[in-house]
Design a protein around this ligand. Sequence first.
Ligand SMILES: NC(=O)c1ccc[n+]([C@@H]2O[C@H](COP(=O)([O-])OP(=O)(O)OC[C@H]3O[C@@H](n4cnc5c(N)ncnc54)[C@H](OP(=O)(O)O)[C@@H]3O)[C@@H](O)[C@H]2O)c1
Length: 320
Amino acid sequence: MKAILLKKFGGVEELYLGETPTPKISADEVLVKIEATALNRADLLQRRGLYPPPPGESEILGLEMAGTVAETGSQVRDWKPGDRVFALLAGGGYAEYAKVHHGMLMPIPANLDFAEAACIAEAFLTAWQAVVWLAKLKKGESILIHAGASGVGTAATQIAKSRGANVTVTASAGKHGFCKKMGADRCIDYRSQDFGEVLANHADVLIDFIGGPYFTKNMKALKTDGRMVILGFLGGTKADRTDIAPILRKRLKIMGSTLRSRTLEYKTALTKDFQKHCLPLFENGKIRPVADAVFDWKDVQKAHLYMEANKNKGKIAMTV
Ligand SMILES: NC(=O)c1ccc[n+]([C@@H]2O[C@H](COP(=O)([O-])OP(=O)(O)OC[C@H]3O[C@@H](n4cnc5c(N)ncnc54)[C@H](OP(=O)(O)O)[C@@H]3O)[C@@H](O)[C@H]2O)c1
């Protein structure tokens, strides 16, 4: 099959469209003919050799895809060839075919095309896990979501709104109109405003992707019994000289999570819970995937540069 491969770890010039063996499925797996995939920050790190796939998983980039079922393993009863499906992957999305455990697949809502469906799994399952499973956001609570225009940020905003929360996001000023369209009640320009001051003791829940440089301000923004989920370190991992007294004083819960390294059982359970409670909101148009830009996969280098320059509002899809 064709796939986007790496000459060696490094810049976008190392990405090329080449040939590699088609994956072979086992009894509980499904072979999917990929029609579209989507980019994630992790792809940029993996391209540079900084984020290896979990042991035994495909070395090919790509954490999600949408396509049609090509072949099913002997024990698979829930899918048949031709079904339109999408899924989270541990790797291998930048390819013509991927093998997926049958429990990880979800049906594509009829109102969505492949590029849109390819933009759901990573962002929305990450956001569902953080907002619903970990932070246990309740109706009427206040949530602060950093990187509000990011793929995961736009998913978290829509999920939080659908659960009746009041949503504040941080984003660069040019992206505020877009964040409001996603449902944000309030936007803070993190470059010109101190969100810790603006939101002092206001947030019940906080979703962070920035890490070290935000840690002190995050604790300030959280109210008593606040919950914070750290999902990324776009700003770095060091939080030196931080006064951690608010953790006790405000009884804060600080959590971190990754999706990629989770067990199959965990990811299947998350997928099923999301499919039951959130996917119907896509079907009736209350929540939508946000495909900001759609590149042909031959333009994978341009797609990576677009993300590296922080130009995207929502997700970047690639048609295969
Ligand atoms: N833990 C997990 O399971 C998991 C899963 C998926 C993704 N993630 C993480 O989630 C984060 C978002 O991923 P994504 O694919 O949704 O990203 P994305 O769509 O590429 O968006 C990232 C946005 O973050 C903002 N940003 C970048 N650097 C920043 C900084 N230093 N300070 C403040 N804002 C900054 C930029 O928007 P502005 O123009 O507003 O600055 C940028 O467009 C990444 O850190 C990723 O690694 C974690």
